[in-house]
Design a protein around this ligand. Structure first.
Ligand code: 1CP
Length: 347
């Protein structure tokens, strides 16, 4: 009899198997392009109330599984819940995005809570994971996640999303001791947060470093590679069987060697790198995930089909999980998601 690990296609790819058809899921697969998501979000009231309501968060996680039959579900939550659990104020401005209290001085840092306190805030997230493990189909893998320390720090320092992560770069140049203390606190919190997700039933975890691309050279090594390695090493010591996906978005050449330098089982690729290049230079070291441009979910048509086929073909000689290069956008057409899945599964 096959055990669960062998029957879940995503776990097989993460274990290094080359499958005839790559398994597929999609970043932000629960989101505003889906009418059923918008309805549940309206029921919850606002985005954060949705994240902290286990029944409704599980419901929106399940919606894209029911509609499309993706091979994985990703826990519905947000990377900014960790700053909130550490004591930062967090709110969302409609039409603009997240806002947080800023950390630019030692006194701002000193009011942050200790790592052990995070579970007081994050317990509902673990409840969502437990519900999902009960309710997901047997073949669907449950992915937990957190933001990488650098990306989370960029929001905590600036108090919002920034095009160039300027305030975070300014702090790391102007007060490296404070910057590194903040990164260490986030790293330790992330290890505990992901461990609790795994204890609750997450079968894979993904570390989102959305702003890794703005770290260059030595800074990329110190603030993207090293924290990801620290988190992965700690998780592997506790849960050797749980695969880790790393996503150092827009790392470019930094994707090369990222598996070995961090210990992750899979490197997720954004669509700024060509699949042929990534197959030769990144996939030769282990499983890769990606990397269709999310704009195809808006535009659709033959270009979507051609590009999807090219990505499947380029990665067909090694372990591959099909995904977008970044999250699907609210203006996407749900029909184009169906077309992408059919194209991948048609082989
Ligand atoms: O209006 C809404 O309904 C909120 C939109 C939204 C959603 C659906 C936000 C606000 N977060 C999420 C969910 C979310 N965020 C998930 C859930 C699982 C999924 O379906 O994929 C995940 C994995 C995230 C991760 C996340 N949040 C990242 C990393 C990945 C990425 O997209 O680069 C980042 C940077 C965030 C911060 C964040 N949360 C929300 C927004 C709009 C943003 C970006 C803000 C900015 O930089 O301006």
């Amino acid at each position: 009899m096959k055990d669960a690990v062998q029957t879940k296609t995503i776990l097989r790819s993460l274990a290094g198997e080359t499958l005839p058809t790559p398994p597929i899921w999609m970043m932000r697969q629960a989101g505003r392009y889906l009418p059923e998501y918008k309805a549940t979000r309206a029921q919850a009231g606002d985005f954060l109330s949705l994240c902290y309501n286990p029944e409704l968060a599980a419901e929106v996680t399940l919606q894209p599984i029911r509609r499309y039959g993706f091979d994985a579900a990703i826990l519905f939550a947000d990377i900014l819940l960790v700053p909130q659990a550490l004591g930062a104020d967090l709110w969302f401005v409609t039409g603009e995005g997240p806002r947080l209290s800023t950390i630019t001085s030692q006194s701002d840092f000193d009011v942050l809570k200790p790592v052990e306190a995070i579970h007081d805030t994050l317990n509902p997230i673990y409840e969502t994971v437990k519900i999902l493990r009960r309710e997901l189909p047997a073949e669907t893998t449950l992915i937990g996640f957190a933001g990488a320390p650098w990306t989370v720090a960029t929001y905590m320092i600036a108090g919002q999303g920034t095009p160039d992560q300027g305030p975070a770069h300014a702090l790391r140049e102007g007060n490296v001791a404070l910057f590194e203390a903040l990164l260490e606190r986030i790293t330790a919190a992330t290890i505990e947060y992901l461990s609790a997700q795994i204890e609750a039933g997450a079968e894979v975890v993904k570390i989102f470093d959305s702003w890794a691309g703005s770290l260059k050279g030595d800074a990329f090594q110190k603030y993207a590679v090293a924290p990801c390695a620290e988190i992965t090493t700690a998780l592997k010591a506790r849960y050797p069987h749980i695969p880790v996906i790393g996503f150092p978005r827009e790392a470019g050449d930094g994707y090369v060697g990222f598996h070995a330098a961090t210990g992750v089982d899979c490197v997720a690729l954004d669509n700024s790198v060509s699949p042929d290049w990534a197959a030769a230079h990144v996939q030769k070291h282990g499983c890769v995930q990606g990397n269709l441009a999310s704009s195809h979910m808006v535009t659709g048509g033959q270009a979507l089909v051609d590009e999807t086929r090219a990505i499947v073909k380029a990665f067909s000689n090694g372990p591959h999980i099909f995904n977008l290069g970044h999250g699907i956008t609210p203006d996407a057409d749900p029909e184009n998601v169906t077309l992408m899945i059919e194209t991948v599964r048609a082989g």
